[in-house]
Design a protein around this ligand. Structure first.
Ligand code: PEP
Ligand code: MN
Length: 339
């Protein structure tokens, strides 16, 4: 339910409404970014009609149901775009956020070199996986805690904030010590116990769309994180599985306008995993910006042939530099900027 407080509601009246929501067994979520105070009450769908009685409380203007199955993620609850601030960089808003770096952290030399090079081309964040969700148990699984330490070293030399993946709830505390943004990979989009735990921490989350999930399922997963209280959430389209085999996945460009209509959350695109081929990364980056994406996450490796994972889709740093140069005027044409 959405509870709209009248514009002159006092803090005491707001507090009373929030207490009543709690008493009825629901959780109040204050919605920021709108002119008047709006409170979203979420919880068990079955007894929601009891919340209607809040209409009679003083300071309350109206109470109405949220029709979408995703509540806190929906534009019904918050009509204005959310902007997630990460160490002075905004994700959402007019500037396109660029996250770049290797698929996996492999060595100090590899991650620090990449960090400095992508920074000099204008990237805002360094990506790199220390825990890797691999299809085969015999493939490189990531450097784990040692990899996190190397990410810290790369942050130190480049000044770039870190985006890195967590695979299970046991490692959240450790990863959170090193990450500025915690990534949930496509294969974990519906790992609900992981999502619930990430909803309890105070750290931005980058939630990737599962390769076989609908937009509605994607937003329901976002809801798991928001419902626990963490609203620092960024969505990422990374391609879905279709009958097509020419590309690793099929980049669902049309999910961007759909998501923009349905949710206030920022949405970024991963053209590297979406296509699986470095040559296609630039055109899909342009397409993503044209469709309204708020950022890009791009794999860059100093020597893709020797990469431990995802070499074929990784750009060399020189190619990444050129892509950034080419994207800058294009973004401006689209009414956006690249920092
Ligand atoms: C990655 O970012 O390296 C990764 C494993 O991505 P995804 O979860 O989208 O496959
Ligand atoms: Mn990868």
């Amino acid at each position: 339910m959405i509870i709209v407080m009248s514009s002159d509601a006092t803090p005491e009246e707001i507090k009373k409404v929030e207490d009543t929501i709690h008493e009825l067994g629901y959780t109040p979520h204050a919605i920021v970014g709108v002119e008047r105070k709006v409170i979203g009450a979420v919880g068990d769908e079955r007894g929601k009609d009891r919340l209607q009685s809040i209409e009679t409380m003083s300071g309350v203007e109206s109470v109405f149901p949220i029709l979408k199955p995703y509540k806190l993620a929906s534009r019904e609850v918050k009509s204005t775009d959310s902007v997630i601030q990460v160490g002075g960089v905004a994700i959402g808003g007019p500037a396109i956020a660029i996250i770049a770096g290797p698929c996996s952290v492999e060595s100090k030399e590899q991650i620090c070199t990449t960090a400095n090079l992508v920074k000099s081309s204008g990237a805002n964040f360094l990506r790199g996986g220390a825990y890797k969700p691999r299809t085969s148990p015999y493939s490189f699984q990531g450097m784990e805690e040692d990899g996190l330490k190397l990410l810290a070293a790369a942050k130190e030399v480049s000044g770039l904030p870190i985006v890195t993946e967590v695979m299970n709830p046991r490692e959240i505390d450790l990863v959170a010590q090193y990450a500025d943004v915690i990534q949930v990979g496509a294969r974990n989009m519906q790992n609900f116990s992981l999502l619930k735990e990430l909803g309890k921490i105070d750290k931005p989350i980058l939630l990737k769309r599962g390769m076989m999930n609908t937009i509605k399922e994607f937003l329901m997963s976002a809801e798991y994180i928001l419902a626990e209280g963490n609203n620092q959430l960024i969505l990422c389209e990374r391609g879905i599985r279709t009958f097509e085999t020419a590309t690793r996945n099929t980049l669902d460009i049309s999910c961007i306008p759909v998501l923009k209509k349905e949710t206030h959350l920022p949405i970024i695109v991963d053209p590297s995993h979406a296509t699986g081929h470095w040559e296609m990364v630039e055109s899909m980056s342009r397409a993503s910006i044209a469709a309204g994406a708020d950022g890009l996450i791009i794999e860059v490796h100093p020597d893709p042939v020797k990469a431990f994972s995802d070499g074929p889709q990784s750009l060399k740093p020189e190619k990444f530099a050129r892509l950034m140069e080419n994207l800058r005027p294009f973004a401006e044409l689209m009414g956006r900027t690249l920092r």
